[in-house]
Design a protein around this ligand. Sequence first.
Ligand code: VAH
Length: 317
Amino acid sequence: RVLITGGLGQLGVGLAKLLRKRFGKYNVILSDIRKPPSDVFHSGPFIYADILDYKNLREIVVNNRITWLVHYSALLSAIGEANVSLARSVNITGLHNILDIAAEHGLRLFVPSTIGAFGPTSPRNPTPDLCVQRPRTIYGVSKVHAELMGEYYHHRYGLDFRCLRYPGIISADSAVGGGTTDYAVQIFHDAFKSGKFECNLKPDTRLPMMYIDDCLRATLEVMEAPTDTLSMRTYNINAMSFTPEELTQELQKQMPELEVTYHIDPVRQAIADSWPMNFDDSNARKDWSWKHDYDLPELVQTMLNYFGTDACVARAN
Ligand code: VAH
């Protein structure tokens, strides 16, 4: 049985759908500290789980015979900078609880890391799996800590820890919250709503990005990879890198009326300028045959299909 923490964030509901298709509806339990929308509640098992409450977590793992844990609870980059103490307790103390429970009960544990686990002194173009990691956000620092602690528990206690460094994830049917890459999701919502978008990063800010379906498939693939194929426990995964300008141009091929202006958010710009521009994921491609499906044109086409291109063009006129 799989437990997903932080399940009501950008990725949890999509991952639950994928894993339920694979393992059966009642073998994947979604959890969060918020009340789920009714459609989520009725789509499969949901329970309240607070990763800061060790006893609550242990009860859930034992009573539901959990064998895999996907740990999605975290405060992301920009929101973490606005609340460092909460980010530290959720992203670090919460992670410690998860590690102890996973080791104690022999769970297979997936914890996502991020392009944000690198900093201004990391090589940025491209950024390899193994290099200097001195991130400048509490989010990045907490994710480097998660990588190091997960690998320590793997080598010291035999914990089956698996970790992927996600690029900025683009999704149509889930809201984003508190990230630096969120502009690349918001542009679609605003293009559909009003035909106008105000971007909070500079037009030439290049960041690694990935469509959500690729991200969730990579997560399932690495969780199912035979242990002896994993030469590492933490892998970069990559699909594409683009700038707001390139994304806008691709979008305007289908929506020429789309108007994009720029109003830079200095906090998010400073974070983006410290992150990788291109990700080297050759180890993931070598060890467990990682391959992305969505490049920029496919991403834009898929997102527009979701929002309904005709409606977009009509509204943008
Ligand atoms: C953020 N979307 O911007 C998240 C993610 C790689 C970016 O971690 O903080």
